[in-house]
Design a binder for this molecule. Structure first.
Ligand code: AMP
Length: 383
């Protein structure tokens, strides 16, 4: 892993240029936070007019594998980060010769592949669901037998939001799994009958300073995050355990930047790490409206080597994702949402509202999380 923390103490101050690989909503909100602080933002993204590109100083459109274009882009930047987990890690090594890449490419390499990620967790003693790996053209049935049914079969690469995974809840589901994943490298995980899912966004700066945002409780629908509730409705010991795991992961992986950590909370109160993402996280969007510092400002602070911002929660909050499905009957009813003074709307400037596509989110702030949740459910239904 990188030795960045010990060798690069000089802060990158406003006026400098931050580059981001990936032009989605996470890049857009990073750009909004960075430009507010007086930085210049450059975006590298294969598709033109991306959500991040349209709010930044410059957008370069080229494939992620184009080393010449990546190098030319990085040369213009004082620091480069990434907002998209599926940027291939290998070409990023070229950036190191001309600029600073944070987090280090090795952090992305470890976390973007489920096999490498699970093995990293296992090697470093972090609690996780039991798993088996099956190489391309390996014996998938033997892997399923090793873990046992129920289990979840997941492709090793390019997985997020439940993409590339299948639950095998009984013997009857085994043939479908064998067919779907034939020949592919996969990870087979023990199915966790969790009581809830929670997550943390943790930041670590070049000095090794580390801070975690309040833990979010997450409700998924069709594998996609639907609601984030903060404070999470779990025992204080669960919160403390999740926070300490996130802080420990950030230090162990030698993070410089921010990292999302997803957890399963088992019915016996055990906290298992499900997934790591070395970037801001959907479940951390609540910080924009409810914390002293947002996760995006924290990302700027961490990658620029500034002191980290205060992660304190100012108000209980519930965040709701707005998916393309909300356009099924035409433009959503924004007027109804905006009529509520406690609702904060964020749209990502995406043109094509496909089902399942993350188009925006809104947060409801309230004196208590229960009221915020009820308002959020009602407002979502009015869209
Ligand atoms: P992932 O893309 O791995 O984060 O999975 C998406 C969602 O699928 C998770 O947030 C869980 O709701 C569910 N899921 C994934 N893996 C498991 C598992 N091993 N046991 C139970 N549910 C799972």
């Amino acid at each position: 892993m990188s030795a960045d923390v010990t060798v690069t103490p000089k802060p990158i101050l406003p006026g400098a240029t931050i580059g981001v690989l990936g032009g989605g909503q996470l890049g857009r909100m990073l750009s909004q936070a960075a430009t507010k602080l007086g930085y210049r933002m450059h975006v590298y993204e294969p598709q033109a007019n991306s959500p991040a590109g349209t709010v930044s100083h410059q957008e370069v459109n080229a494939p992620y594998e184009d080393i010449a274009a990546l190098t030319a882009f990085a040369r213009e930047c004082d620091v480069v980060t990434y907002e998209f987990e599926n940027v291939p890690a290998a070409p990023l090594k070229a950036i190191e010769a001309v600029s600073v890449l944070r987090p280090h490419w090795s952090v992305l390499e470890t976390t973007q592949n489920r096999s490498r990620e699970k093995n990293w967790l296992k090697r470093n003693g972090f609690a996780h669901a039991r798993f088996a790996e099956v190489a391309a053209n390996g014996d998938l049935l033997a892997g399923i037998r090793e873990v046992g049914v129920p289990c979840v079969v997941k492709t090793a690469d390019f997985g997020y939001d439940g993409k590339g995974q299948l639950k095998v809840m009984s013997e009857a589901d085994v043939p479908a799994a064998l067919k779907r994943f034939a020949g592919q490298p996969v990870v087979i995980e023990q199915f966790i009958d969790f009581s809830c899912e929670v997550s943390a966004v943790v930041a670590r700066s070049t000095t090794g300073e580390v801070k975690v945002f309040p833990i979010s409780e997450n409700i998924h629908t069709n594998h996609i995050l639907d609601f984030s509730i903060v404070p999470a409705r779990v025992a204080a010991e669960v919160l403390a355990r999740a926070e300490s795991l996130a802080l420990a992961v950030a230090a162990k992986i030698d993070l410089v930047g921010v990292l999302g950590v997803e957890f399963f909370v088992t019915r016996s109160g055990e906290v298992l790490i499900n997934e790591l993402a070395p970037r801001t996280h959907n479940s951390g969007h609540y910080t924009l409206d409810a914390c002293v510092t947002s996760q995006f400002e924290q990302q700027v602070r961490a990658i620029c080597g500034l002191p980290l911002g205060d992660t304190k929660l100012i108000s209980p909050v519930v965040m709701v994702n707005i998916l393309g499905d909300a356009w099924a009957n035409g433009e959503p009813n924004w007027a109804a949402l905006l009529a509520d003074s406690s609702a904060k709307l964020h749209l990502y400037g995406k043109g094509d509202p496909r089902p399942g596509r993350k188009m925006g989110h809104f947060s409801v702030v309230s004196g208590d999380a229960k009221t915020a949740y009820h308002r959020a459910v009602e407002l979502k239904s009015r869209l």
